[in-house]
Design a protein around this ligand. Structure first.
Ligand code: F6R
Length: 609
């Protein structure tokens, strides 16, 4: 995701900021920029597309050092990967400069109003509105202007702001996007992530939501949006740089699993219309009319993305009434599927670069189909070549095993179901119910994550097994496939996913006391059937681990190894039920001593055939 660094002190500001940006490179980014000021001088602002090395080259021998500055690495969300869209952003007068992580949900309304008031915009970003909004309220004191502006803002932000006309000061603010202040000896640093500042200090103060820090050479004052002074305590970090990059977690995979409450919030931000029972999907507005007329949708992708598509099929058929086919891109590209003008293609890809998905997309385009993407990496090839699309907005996924991308893909498919359903047969009441349940998901995900210690205990009990079966029905059948994929790809255990009703047509022959089964059995429309399937496996001596709905006492009578997930709408259960499987796979692989983030023989993005 994006990264922020800020500095106020007597060291060479440019060098501290560039070093800090380099420390944030691991997060992934597509462009970078730096703004440096000195009392009585214009603020110098240099940005560039590509790596920090390209930024350093753009700076070259220019004299841009000063007394205070901010810098940013951008991972595009709103607007393409261009120098103009890179941060820091500025106002009309080039007085205010800011670096922002997060998403301003109401930026369209704010931008329209600011345009009416005469502000001139130069970028396509949501962030630029913040610079103009602060400009509107600025009359010499930066923190007052920032507070007034943020009162009008809806969305998430980690924010660092400087102003030429209120120099030697950095104003920092937070809402749902992490930011901290490094407290050095007569110097202060700002960072979205501790790894950027550990070379200078280990003493930090983390801002909470709604808090502001005003940094000057005299010290740091903490307030809130109501301008009340706060007394905040320093913490001393014990991390080294590599631990800090993983947020203190031992691997990126577990860090990314734990990010899921926030990543789902980001995927939903600005899109969910609870009152209207609908979704606002700006990226597919251009083909909204064509989508109204389609009578068939083909979803394609590979691996985890393909499995997300299978869940999408069930959602879209049940709630939007559109016939859906899901096909692995590696198969679709070599077949001759029957395509007519009322069929649309949806490609799902985290990286946006998977060659099989890309070739399937090109085939469909050649045949004149409307095409859409659900892609995480902005500006990637699939994102560029699809006619329309919805970004995940979850930041980079570093670990090879896909986790937060899968739950986000399911979330986006739920939003698409709302949108296409409301274009068709879905009633307002049904739309509102789905939207309400989607809105509640981040809190429910948090509850699932809190059970990590219990899941780890299960991993300790089972990680030496050589085989594992995963079963589920209906919405949780693809989850069973995903649970098996996760386990096999990082722990190298033989894991098979199977539709629970199919077990007795073959796979049950493998079951004995050394062949455990993970059964995904939430209280849904197929619960009773799942219980029968579990009983069948038990009767053959197989041990069962179950994922069940909170409060289900019946299942605990059949097996002691139960992980509970909160109740939600049946179509949304996969977003919760897959998380224990991700955690289980992670701990099995870690206990077996494997390199969890880089499993053998696999690559994060499969761009070659
Ligand atoms: C599994 C995994 C892969 C990817 C697949 C598609 O954990 O990561 O199965 O899901 O290679 O990749 P993208 O989504 O980048 O097209």
């Amino acid at each position: 995701m994006c990264g922020i660094v800020g500095y106020l002190g007597s060291k060479k500001t440019l060098q501290v900021l560039l070093d800090g940006l380099r420390r944030l490179e691991y997060r992934g980014y597509d462009s970078a920029g730096i703004s440096i000021g000195a009392r009585g001088k214009e603020i110098k602002n240099i940005k560039s597309v590509g790596k920090i090395a390209a930024l350093a080259q753009a700076i070259g021998n220019q004299e841009i050092d000063g007394d205070f500055g901010i810098a940013h690495t951008r991972w595009a969300t709103h607007g393409g990967v261009t120098e103009k869209n890179a941060h820091p952003h500025h106002d009309c007068k080039k007085n205010i400069f800011l670096a922002h992580n997060g998403i301003i949900e109401n930026y369209r309304e704010l931008r329209a109003k600011l345009l009416e008031e005469g502000h001139k915009f130069y970028s396509e970003t949501d962030t630029e509105v913040l610079a103009h909004l602060i400009e509107k309220f600025f009359s010499g004191n930066l923190e007052n202007a920032v507070i007034s502006a943020l009162k009008l803002v809806k969305g998430s932000y980690g924010l660092a702001v400087i102003a030429k006309d209120d120099p030697e000061k950095i104003v920092v603010a937070k809402n749902s996007s992490p930011i901290l202040i490094g407290m050095g000896n007569d110097e202060y640093l700002v960072a979205s992530d501790a790894s950027a500042i550990l070379d200078h200090t280990k003493e930090v103060v983390y801002l909470n939501d709604g808090e502001i820090a005003v940094i000057t050479l005299q010290g740091v004052e903490f307030t809130n949006l109501a301008n009340q002074k706060l007394d905040k305590k320093k913490e001393v970090l014990e991390w080294n740089i590599s631990e800090a990059q993983k947020g203190g977690y031992p691997h990126f995979m577990i860090k990314e699993i734990f990010e899921q409450a926030d990543s789902i919030k980001n995927s939903l931000a600005g899109r969910l219309m609870v009152k209207e029972g609908n979704a606002k999907l700006g990226g597919i507005e251009n083909i909204a009319e064509k989508l109204r007329d389609i009578d068939r949708l083909i979803i394609t992708g590979c691996g985890t993305a393909y499995l997300a598509g299978l869940v999408g099929e069930f959602m879209l058929e049940e709630y939007a009434g559109i016939p859906v086919e899901v096909e692995m891109a590696s198969e679709l590209r070599y077949r001759k599927p029957v395509l007519d003008k009322n069929t649309a293609l949806l490609c799902i890809s985290q990286s946006g670069e998977t060659i099989d998905t890309l070739v399937a997309l090109r085939e469909a385009k050649m045949k004149g189909l409307p095409t859409m993407g659900v892609v995480n990496v902005v500006g990637s090839t699939i994102a560029r070549e699809t006619e329309a699309g919805i970004y995940n907005h979850i930041g980079p996924e570093v670990s090879v095993a896909s986790t937060k991308a899968f739950t986000s893909q399911l979330t986006i498919l739920s939003l698409l179901t709302l949108f296409l359903g409301r274009q068709r047969q879905m009633s307002l009441v049904t739309g509102q119910r789905i939207a309400k349940e989607l809105n509640a998901l981040p809190k429910l995900i948090q509850k699932v994550l809190e059970q990590e210690p219990e899941i780890k205990k299960l991993a300790k009990k089972y990680y030496k097994s050589n085989n594992f079966l995963f079963i589920g029905r209906k919405y949780n059948y693809p989850v069973a496939l995903e649970g098996a994929l996760k386990l096999k790809e990082i722990s190298y255990m033989n894991a098979q996913g199977c539709a629970a009703g199919e077990t007795k047509h073959g796979p049950i022959a493998m079951i004995d006391k050394d062949f455990p089964t993970f059964a995904i059995a939430p209280k849904d429309s197929v619960y009773e059937k799942m219980i029968s399937n579990i009983e069948e496996i038990k009767a053959r001596g197989g041990s069962i681990l179950a994922i069940a709905t909170q409060g289900d006492k019946e299942i605990a009578k059949i097996t002691k190894d139960v992980i509970y997930i909160p109740k939600t709408l049946e179509m949304l259960t996969p977003i919760l039920s897959v998380i224990p499987l991700q955690i289980f796979a992670y701990h099995c692989a870690a206990l077996r001593g494997y390199d969890v983030d880089k499993p053998r023989n696999l690559a994060k993005s499969v761009t070659v055939e």
